[in-house]
Design a protein around this ligand. Structure first.
Ligand code: PEP
Length: 246
């Protein structure tokens, strides 16, 4: 099933999140042929969980820490997320990599801990502008995926991957659907190489300046299995249009 995800980033307080859902849920009621995922900030998970009771919309977190508990001030464990009925965790978002300095090694630990906890990671990968201009897109994406899956190669079917070119995130300049398709097909081939028993259950999402106007074009590409939407997911009407765009 296609997966359409909202990444609210550091936006929407708990009361604003509730106001969002009051508008959003009626707009997507009854949609069963695609999975809808909301990833609010940690502080809104609890109220969103309660508001989603009886709805098929899923709840995701934007980050996690890999240790089970202890002296890790400011961090949030998988057990804490599970109790809030979180089923997906965004791991390795480019803002985590490039603002907060998350390494491929840390991202690998986070992916492993999500899998152990039974939560499905949405692993984000993507090249920076200078890497794209140097012709390194495929190499960067391959390295990020291989390192994230290091030691857990047999679990390729247990996660989803978001291809998010860094230069396209929040810039209003998306990749072309054709360019995204090339990278998505490459990622699917790579998963087959990494794991000879790969069953193709990994959805490859596109993220980077998706909006209600371009979402349908991305979704018409053969290997685009969903979307990860930042800015345009902050408005319930525009995110609902994206959900319904294909
Ligand atoms: C994102 O944060 O994952 C993202 C794709 O952001 P935007 O849609 O704003 O480019």
């Amino acid at each position: 099933m296609k997966l359409i995800s909202a990444n609210w980033k550091m936006n929407l307080t708990p009361s604003q999140s509730l106001a969002y859902l009051q508008k959003f849920l009626p707009l997507v009621e009854g949609i069963k042929d695609r999975e809808i995922l909301l990833c609010p900030p940690f502080t809104s998970l609890c109220v969103v969980k309660d508001a989603l009771k009886g709805s098929s919309v899923k709840l995701g977190a934007q980050n996690c820490y890999y240790e089970a508990k202890g002296a890790y001030t400011g961090e949030v464990s998988l057990e804490m997320l599970k109790e809030l009925e979180v089923s997906y965790v965004i791991v390795g978002h480019s803002e985590r990599r490039w603002i907060f300095g998350e390494s491929d090694e840390l991202i690998n630990k986070k992916v492993i801990s999500c899998l152990k906890a039974g939560l499905r990671p949405v692993l984000c990968v993507g090249e920076k502008l200078e890497e794209r201009e140097a012709g390194l897109t495929f190499k960067v994406v391959e390295t990020q995926i291989r390192l994230a899956l290091s030691g857990i190669e047999e679990y390729t079917d247990s996660l989803d991957i978001a291809y998010e070119p860094v230069w396209a995130i929040g810039t209003g300049t998306p990749a072309t659907p054709e360019d995204a398709q090339l990278v998505h097909a490459f990622i699917k081939d790579l998963l087959n190489q990494i794991n000879s028993k790969h069953q193709g259950k990994t959805r490859v999402l596109y993220g980077g300046s998706v909006n209600p106007k371009n979402a349908g074009e991305f979704m018409s590409m053969k290997d685009v299995d969903g979307l990860l939407v930042g800015g345009a997911s902050l408005d319930p009407e525009s995110f609902a249009q994206i959900v319904k765009s294909f």
